[in-house]
Write a protein that binds this ligand. Structure first.
Ligand code: MN
Length: 314
């Protein structure tokens, strides 16, 4: 759900800071009439643990003919985590998956060396809202084959102020069955209002993205449209929902490998990205085939190859 543009983003290893509340605005884009708030990457904050991309889409009113319809496009070196608050999306990919996702369910696609997928509208008409996040794969697994998992239900934890669903990783004694290649966690917080102590792992850095309502953390009021980075070293977070709210809590051990992210690729250097993009553009078997009637998505070459003469002149 991220293919409306092709940002050129150089990712270095971020500076890691102790417990803080650092609030950065999301970047707004539009895709098929659906508003997308891109909370990560930020210029000053490229990763939170292995999480390297967070799109909050909607809420929007969609019909079978108007809404998200993203044709086949490639990925390498990342996992896509799809989570809906409302609506339906049909996932198809080059490992042969065809899976409708609905609220409360998790789609987790692992790209490894290369995968392609499409995200299509269904016969559903009504409100669509959700999130797509990317997790950078470590070098230990990023050259492996592609994989897809659908989890129809996830473990839940009762909180004082609501319910937590554990998308990925371990939270408050509950473990998600989803594949995890690094030490990271993703939790949906469905809060009816009031205060909850949220147990955290001090060796993880964390961030909160509010999708609906408002939460207060350390006196700061966090609403949709921002990334609230919380730093490292917290064993607990006192989170207060000032109204009925929905938020994502993401975290993990700071990602130790500097990554290069361009378009739909997470790599380590320009050569890897250029190679992957040349193979996607030429229709190489690396990215397989997706059984979708939507057109394949293509973009021009990476900026460092588009105008080689200009690059030499600088
Ligand atoms: Mn995608």
């Amino acid at each position: 759900m991220s293919d409306s543009d092709a940002p050129s983003v150089r990712l270095a290893t971020d500076s890691v800071v102790d417990a803080t509340v650092e609030v950065s605005d999301s970047r707004m884009t539009e895709l098929g009439g659906v508003t997308i708030r891109r909370a990560l990457p930020q210029r000053s904050r490229r990763t939170v643990g292995a999480w390297c991309f967070v799109d909050h889409m909607g809420p929007a009113t969609v019909t079978p003919n108007r809404g998200l319809d993203i044709g086949p496009h490639p990925h390498i070196g990342l996992q896509t985590v799809t989570w809906l608050l409302a609506g339906e999306v049909l996932h198809r990919d080059s490992v042969g998956s065809e899976q409708v996702i609905r609220p409360g369910q998790l789609n987790l696609m692992t790209a490894g060396h290369g995968v392609s997928h499409a995200e299509e509208a269904t016969s559903y008409a009504g409100e669509l809202q959700g999130a797509q996040l990317w997790v950078a794969q470590p070098t230990a697994t990023r050259h492996d084959g592609a994989d897809f998992e659908h989890h129809a239900s996830l473990p839940q934890v009762e909180l004082d102020a609501g319910v937590a669903s554990v998308l990925v990783g371990d939270f408050a004694g509950a473990s998600s069955p989803a594949r995890r290649d690094t030490d990271h966690v993703g939790v949906d917080l469905d809060l009816h209002g009031g205060e909850s102590p949220i147990p955290l792992e001090p060796s993880f850095e964390y961030a909160v993205v509010v999708m609906d309502g408002e939460v207060a953390i350390d006196g700061g009021h966090i609403q949709p449209g921002v990334l609230a980075y919380l730093g490292l070293g917290r064993a607990e977070l006192l989170l207060r929902a000032t109204t009925s709210s929905r938020a994502l809590l993401i975290g993990g051990v700071p990602f130790p490998e500097p990554i290069l992210m361009w378009w739909n690729y997470v790599a380590r250097d320009r050569e890897e990205v250029s190679q992957a993009h040349a193979e996607w553009t030429s229709g190489s078997e690396r990215f397989g085939q997706v059984a979708s009637s939507l057109p394949r998505i293509g973009v021009g070459p990476p900026p460092w190859t588009a105008h080689p003469a200009e690059e030499h002149q600088r």
